[in-house]
Design a protein around this ligand. Structure first.
Ligand SMILES: [Zn+2]
Length: 693
């Protein structure tokens, strides 16, 4: 063994050794047929950039689970994948175009698609080599990409099945629209933001209405009040009132609806069904007309008269000026606090619009998912996520699947007049026109566990339902909930038995990492400097599931010292094993080995309970403070005297056992040391060694 540990040289060589053994593929494991299956599907990495600290955490935790189970004798499959990541990737690419002074709106859809595909492909190989650098023992021969033919085939089959079951419909409904990105978004893709704006009290015939958005009011021809509001008891439902409004006289109709908040403003309000979800519902209930006021780029339409063509924020003060001149402004409240919806990517104000879209009815899909979770068929770590997901599932609304972006899986629908055809290719006769929209990317990733396992014959039967789904707590609704619903729907089985959710990786001060703050840890820089093993154990120790983890370079540097400690201790033992032979140990040495075995049992229990952070702490503490500080020190005298052979046996047994336990956390250095140990019945690689019993 070299005097000092050269992580760069070792990591590259060891990863190659692992790949050469073929053991990442569970079919190649010794006695593969006798082993019980264990399977984790890797959350497909977005193929639009580099690995960040969050990815490093995902890989570390999942690799720990995979390696541990493999050593425990399971047929351990960790299936890797990459995600085209629809909207996310298109947003990244649009930013790149902006920097180059280009715009996607000046490109043909075909050119844009081709460019993003090239961009994604170049990222794919980068991400794969970075994943290898992290030590991932996933089966690359089973790698999947969300745009692979077989995945799209499964996604289309599910869509067709849902359509035929009447769970998918095309509806002209109100959706969240981002005027910058020019696409509809699901509720999960919007953020609530508190804003302080002006609240305008406007004279609307005999009524006063309050609004923060006067620019939407051009088409308001219904005045609505609560049926129990005594202030308006003289006004009857359907009553017509002529009044003067922004661009001239109009006829307003009185509507009574219980959705009206009697406490807000004067209790009377006008409605804008095209641009407000609550107003839309009122209009649907009373069968009212709906007029579009703002176009899809965020500009006023001709209904706004002299204001048409203006952007809403530029029009707002001018409209108020005109209303003031007409004497229609009663008062202006300056500091009105209210919540608005913004695009989660660009912070643009979401402009609700009515649009023909494909929707998935979620309540019938949520029902069996709720049942499975309530019966604990799916276990959540940490536990409190069970409540969170159940609450969301019980309040679920229909899911708009259509996105107006090119970067995605095309919706397999064809139209001819009123006729609709579902399929990848149109019927033979002419005249069919393809749906232009693509799927919300989560519709395909929501089918990931069964879609990937169906890619290879026999896998679905063997590995589904999978054992663990490990991912970030922040995508529990986006992804986990949808995988459960779509998985149960398409396969009649839960997709996974345990959901392990990790928190965010924060900086040393507990702040979220972001490029603009300059506090981002690049995992590849860190592994270059201190070694992958140091980063991995640094990400696990002190990291309880579900909570955020503070991490910085100093912490990782500390774990590099642990690598050095392991190396030096192993070198000491190995240098004293030249004349090693198996003998019976003294009672004193037997006791030391027995103590280690007891410790190993405690650690095994923690591993089985998914308490990897505690298991890591235990083996770290034992190796450093018991094995290095005490056992090795005490053995020096024995090694020089008549108990030399016993001490050699004891040291080798504890060292090799420690390497096995440390292996899932620090795979490279432990394998390198294992290869040098004079063990009987040594395996080709530590990755298939038996976990200490
Ligand atoms: Zn946006």
């Amino acid at each position: 063994m070299d005097k000092s540990y050269n992580h760069k040289e070792v990591e590259e060589r060891i990863y190659k050794l692992w790949e050469d053994t073929g053991y990442f593929n569970p079919d190649n494991l010794p006695d593969a047929k006798k082993r019980k299956p264990f399977c984790i599907i890797m959350p497909p990495t977005n193929a639009n950039g580099n690995l960040h600290a969050g990815h490093a955490l995902v890989i570390t935790i999942e690799d720990i689970m995979t390696r541990y189970k493999r050593m425990k004798g399971f047929k351990s499959l960790w299936l890797p994948g990459l995600d085209h990541a629809g909207f996310e990737t298109q947003v990244v690419y649009e930013r790149k175009l902006e920097k180059e002074g280009r715009s996607r709106f000046k490109m043909s859809p075909e050119d844009l698609y081709r460019e993003i595909l090239e961009f994604t492909n170049s990222n794919k190989s980068n991400i794969k080599s970075q994943t290898r650098k992290m030590g991932a023992s996933c089966d690359w021969s089973r790698e999947n990409f969300t745009l692979d033919e077989n995945i799209i085939k499964t996604v289309y089959e599910t869509f067709k099945k849902l359509y035929e079951a009447k769970l998918i419909y095309r509806g002209k409904k109100i959706i969240n629209w981002c005027p910058k990105h020019q696409t509809s978004l699901s509720d999960l893709e919007t953020k609530d933001e508190e804003r302080t704006e002006k609240l305008y009290y406007l004279k609307y015939g005999p009524f006063t209405i309050a609004t923060a958005r006067p620019e939407t009011k051009f088409g308001d021809k219904y005045v609505v009040m609560h049926p129990k509001d005594k202030r308006y008891k003289d006004y009857k439902e359907g009553q017509k009132i002529q009044l003067e409004w922004i661009t001239g006289p109009i006829i307003a109709t009185v509507i009574k609806d219980e959705a009206i908040d009697m406490e807000f403003g004067t209790g009377a309000m006008t409605i804008t069904p095209w641009h407000d979800p609550v107003d839309f519902e009122i209009a649907e209930r009373h069968n009212l007309e709906k007029d579009q006021i703002i176009d899809f780029r965020g500009r006023l339409l001709s209904i706004a008269g002299e204001f048409s063509g203006m952007k809403i924020l530029e029009a707002r003060p001018k409209i108020i000026e005109k209303l003031q001149a007409k004497g229609l402004v009663k008062k202006i409240e300056e500091n009105y606090k209210h919540t608005v919806k913004t695009c989660y990517k660009c912070n643009s104000l979401i402009e609700p619009q009515i649009k023909k879209q494909w929707f998935l009815k979620m309540k019938p899909l949520a029902k069996p998912a709720i049942k499975a979770i309530e019966q604990d068929k799916i276990k959540f770590i940490p536990k409190h996520y069970k409540k969170i997901i159940l609450h969301w599932l019980k309040n679920i609304i229909d899911w708009p699947l259509s996105r107006q972006i090119v970067w995605g899986i095309p919706i397999p629908v064809w139209y001819k007049g009123e006729e609709v055809f579902i399929g990848e290719n149109p019927p033979e006769e002419l005249g069919w026109v393809r749906e232009e929209d693509t799927f919300d990317t989560w519709f395909s990733s929501g089918q990931w566990p069964f879609a990937t396992l169906k890619s290879k014959e026999g896998d679905f039967k063997k590995f589904y339902p999978t054992d663990v789904m490990e991912t970030a707590g922040e995508i529990i609704f986006f992804w986990v909930a949808r995988m459960i619903m779509l998985g149960i729907y398409a396969t009649k089985k839960i997709p996974f038995k345990t959901v392990y959710l990790h928190g965010l990786v924060l900086d040393a001060k507990g702040q979220k990492m972001s490029k603009s703050k300059g506090n981002v840890i690049n995992p590849l820089d860190i592994t270059d400097k201190y070694g992958t093993d140091a980063l991995r154990i640094g990400l696990v120790m002190g990291n309880t599931p579900g909570t955020s983890l503070s991490s910085d370079e100093n912490k990782i540097r500390g774990f590099r010292n642990f690598s050095t400690k392991i190396w030096n201790a192993s070198r000491f033992v190995l240098m004293n094993l030249e004349d090693y032979k198996k003998v019976k140990m003294t009672a004193k040495d037997k006791k030391k080995v027995a103590d280690f075995k007891k410790k190993a049992k405690e650690i095994t229990k923690l591993m089985d309970d998914y308490k990897f952070y505690r298991a890591a702490e235990k083996i770290y503490g034992y190796f450093w403070h018991t094995f290095c500080d005490k056992i090795i020190e005490e053995s020096k005298k024995d090694l020089a005297g008549e108990n030399r052979a016993s001490a050699q046996n004891m040291l080798l047994e504890i060292l090799s056992g420690s390497m096995k336990i440390l292996h899932p956390f620090m795979p490279f250095i432990t394998e390198e040391i294992y290869q040098a140990l004079p063990l009987k019945n040594k395996k080709k690689s530590l990755i298939i060694e038996d976990w200490p019993k």
